[in-house]
Design a protein around this ligand. Structure first.
Ligand SMILES: Nc1ncnc2c1ncn2[C@@H]1O[C@H](COP(=O)(O)OP(=O)(O)OP(=O)(O)O)[C@@H](O)[C@H]1O
Ligand SMILES: [Mg+2]
Length: 228
């Protein structure tokens, strides 16, 4: 007996996106299922971050569809889109984008509070996640190492248990050892949390950890090889 096919968490269907008179995405297609990881490589300026912006619904494709957790991102009002994004998508930015005035726990909690959780719930979940990810408890945000900061950024992306986790060059600013540990943490996440993961990276070692490796070439996503 075969198991029923799962619905993809992310479905990109023939997306075309032009910016400043240039075609960045020219019929991009991609389906990512729960528990699956995908890496996207491509030259600087090829449109990788723009692809993530389309997935988040922060920019609108000129044609085609982006569906996240069963919802067409183009079919929502801006308020409903923001709520859908908060509920279903976690994003890890390249430099972590933490607020130095807040403690690491508060940096994670903020995403949970924005999603409407109580302060008590937000705090206990954030503390648990940070402990699981090995972030020191009492260190100020500005004193954390680059790798620890990235772990806080990963925790913040995970605190609302998203179905889709996105990361834009999450290891770009890290040295070898920290890079390996943050990459390991990210690629363990789909297995641990059952979410789908899309990682944009310039680093081939990181890209190879994904179940599916893609290149963004001439505005299309082309499969490099099955990684495993
Ligand atoms: N709003 C905008 N207005 C004008 N040009 C833009 C805009 N957004 C993106 N671009 C241009 O589109 C191209 C693709 O940008 P994008 O940030 O998606 O590239 P990238 O593949 O992520 O590059 P990198 O690897 O350097 O991060 C770049 O040349 C960028 O300058
Ligand atoms: Mg980019």
């Amino acid at each position: 007996m075969t198991s029923p096919p799962t619905r993809p968490v992310l479905d990109i269907d023939d997306v075309v996106y032009d910016v400043a008179g240039r075609r960045l995405l020219a019929g991009a297609d991609l389906a990512v299922h729960p528990g699956q990881s995908v890496s996207v490589m491509g030259p600087s300026g090829s449109g990788k971050s723009s692809l993530l912006m389309c997935i988040m619904g922060l920019v609108r494709p000129d044609s085609g569809h982006v569906t996240v957790a069963g919802q067409d991102m183009n079919g929502l009002s801006s308020r409903a889109l923001a709520a859908h994004r908060r509920r279903h998508i976690g994003m890890v930015f390249q430099f972590g984008e933490l607020l130095p005035e807040l403690t690491p726990v508060e940096n994670v909690m903020i995403a949970s509070l924005l999603a409407g959780d109580s302060a008590g719930d937000a705090q206990s979940r954030s503390e648990r996640l940070l402990a699981d990810l090995g972030v020191p408890k009492t260190t100020a945000t500005q004193d954390l190492s680059g790798g620890e900061r990235q772990r806080v950024a990963v925790a913040r992306a995970l605190v609302n248990t998203p179905e889709l986790l996105l990361a834009d060059e999450p290891t770009g600013s890290l040295d070898g050892k920290q890079r390996a540990s943050v990459a390991d943490l990210l690629f363990r996440t789909p297995r641990a949390h059952g979410c789908a993961l899309v990682v944009v990276t310039h680093d081939e070692t990181v890209a190879r950890l994904a179940d599916v490796q893609l290149h963004l070439v001439d505005g299309k996503l082309a499969q490099v090889q099955e990684a495993r």
